[in-house]
Design a binder for this molecule. Structure first.
Ligand code: ADP
Ligand code: MG
Length: 485
């Protein structure tokens, strides 16, 4: 059996208790590797290593230039290994190989971006009315606990690690239990890139046994989490105990809004891409498709027609546009929403398991139309290829339906009328709004949600802010005593 070890204090280690758990290829349902099943002892060991690396040793002395260069070297290494990493990612997560290749390129770009940004973190001189120099210094927040999901495994690791390292933090990263392999693969190169031991630690384990102790740990200063809203709530509560800083990205039920004046072909494509890319396992998936009444039936028909032609297949085939879902658990979850949808709305595409594919966690791209926005398939995040199409009468109704959700991660608006499109952009309560597109994501632009999609922003300069403290320093330039007493 192919065993991957964790990465703690620069060493490749097993769990102290000696337990392992299996990692699957979701297209074959077969075990492809085993990883250590970390518990609280392992978490403590990793946090101790991160704490020690933050408090003493070479890391606190490194310059921003040096930290930046480490990240740039890592980016270069990732580009060199791109094909192998993409294959491992595709195999472990089920995502189509072509998408995995895009992800790996984005991983490298993310490390590059923060490699460059490391030297652009600036302090400030505060204009105080005294003979004094008042400074705001930016300092790393300390030890960061980072917990990530399984849909973009290495990319989510990069979004967390890159800004943290650039800022001078140290990290304990826990990948999702379903998809730990690419992060562990990358861990092997960290020392060669010049990263001192203990700066980046990667532990593998389950949420309750490895994630929760990391969140609880009093020596961890900040938790960055991407995952479900249910777990986000637990994390926020647990972090209260030691007043940790928290950033949360908790997914959504994002509206993709189509006005009658949108380019029709582009709209159909955008509706499908918005909800079915990466098997619909996307936190910003445009899973509620709002369509203006006057084009509604034509739109549903065209979308259905095209959805039926989406090429499902094994992830490593280059023609594949949709692979299996990541796990048995996720498969069962999505299947149950497909069944629920049949009671709540009208099924027009998919709705089950694809015929002739007996192995693997495949589900058909599924479209429900005439969905009422209060239906569970319109309110609950499914995290799979299930679209709820909802008609609307006019702009006001589109906005009302779009915002009628506890979430607020993303949204998209399609129209040729820039005035209307921008009125809608302003009315939407969401952290990311696309116009005439859905999903493009750039490391230069902020990512994060409103409402129950969480708080904090990743990427761009916003991403590094979340790993920085501000220290006010006052330097008195008066040589006389204060003279008060
Ligand atoms: P899903 O249910 O789709 O797997 P989760 O939110 O459960 O989404 O998982 C996202 C990440 O959160 C994973 O790394 C998982 O191990 C972790 N996690 C799950 N439960 C907890 C918890 N109670 N405390 C900390 N982390 C958790
Ligand atoms: Mg879970």
């Amino acid at each position: 059996m192919n065993r991957y070890r964790m990465h703690i204090n620069g060493e490749s280690v097993e769990a102290q208790g000696g337990a392992w758990f299996p990692v699957y290829d979701p297209s074959t349902e077969e075990i492809i590797a085993e990883v250590p099943d970390a518990d609280e002892h392992d978490v403590n060991r990793a946090v101790q290593a991160a704490r020690a690396a933050f408090d003493s040793g070479p890391w606190p002395q490194t310059t921003a230039q040096e930290r930046g260069r480490i990240l740039l070297r890592l980016a270069e290494r990732i580009r060199k290994e791109l094909a192998a990493l993409a294959e491992l990612e595709s195999r472990n997560s089920g995502k189509p190989i072509v998408e995995a290749e895009y992800d790996m390129a984005d991983v490298a770009t993310c490390f590059e971006y923060y490699g460059g940004l490391a030297t652009k973190v600036m302090g400030h001189v505060n204009p105080v009315p005294d003979n004094a120099l008042s400074l705001s210094l930016r300092e790393p927040v300390g030890v960061a606990g980072q917990i990530i999901p399984w849909n973009y495994p290495l990319l989510m690791a990069a979004w967390k690690l890159a800004p943290a390292v650039a800022a001078g933090c140290t990290c304990v990263l826990k990948p999702a239990e379903q998809t730990p392999l690419t992060a562990l693969e990358m861990a092997r190169w960290l020392a060669d890139m010049g990263l001192p031991p203990g700066v980046v630690n990667i532990i593998t384990g389950f949420g309750e046994t490895a994630g929760a102790p990391l969140v609880r740990h009093p020596e961890v200063n900040k938790i960055a989490f991407t995952g479900s809203a249910a777990v986000g709530k637990l994390i926020l509560k647990s972090a209260a105990e030691s007043i940790k800083r928290v950033t949360l990205e908790l997914g959504g039920k994002s509206p993709n809004i189509f006005f009658a004046d949108a380019d029709f072909e582009a709209a159909i494509d955008g509706a499908l891409f918005g909800v079915f890319i990466n098997q619909g396992e996307v936190c910003s998936a445009g899973s509620r498709i709002l369509v203006e009444r006057s084009i509604y039936s034509h739109f549903v028909e065209a979308m259905t027609e095209k959805a039926k032609r989406i090429k499902l297949g094994t992830p490593l085939q280059r023609e594949t546009k949709m692979g299996p879902l990541v796990s048995k658990e996720q498969y069962e979850r999505v299947r149950s929403y497909q069944e629920l949808g049949k009671q709540e709305a009208r099924l027009v595409a998919g709705g089950g398991r694809p015929a002739g594919m007996d192995k693997g966690y495949y589900v058909e791209p599924t479209i429900f139309c005439d969905v009422d926005n209060s239906a569970r398939i319109a309110q609950e995040e499914i995290f799979g290829p299930v679209a709820a199409v909802i008609p609307f009468q006019n702009e006001a109704e589109a906005i009302r339906i779009a915002n009628d959700t506890p979430y607020g991660l993303a949204a998209a608006v399609w129209s040729r009328d820039i005035f209307k499109a921008f009125r809608v952009v302003k009315a939407l309560r969401a952290g990311i709004v696309w116009v005439n597109h859905m999903q493009p994501t750039y490391v230069e632009a902020p990512w994060g949600g409103y409402k129950q999609s969480g708080f904090g922003r990743e990427l761009g300069p916003w991403g590094i802010e979340e790993y920085l403290e501000t220290k006010q320093v006052h330097i008195n330039l008066n040589e006389q005593p204060i003279g008060w007493y």
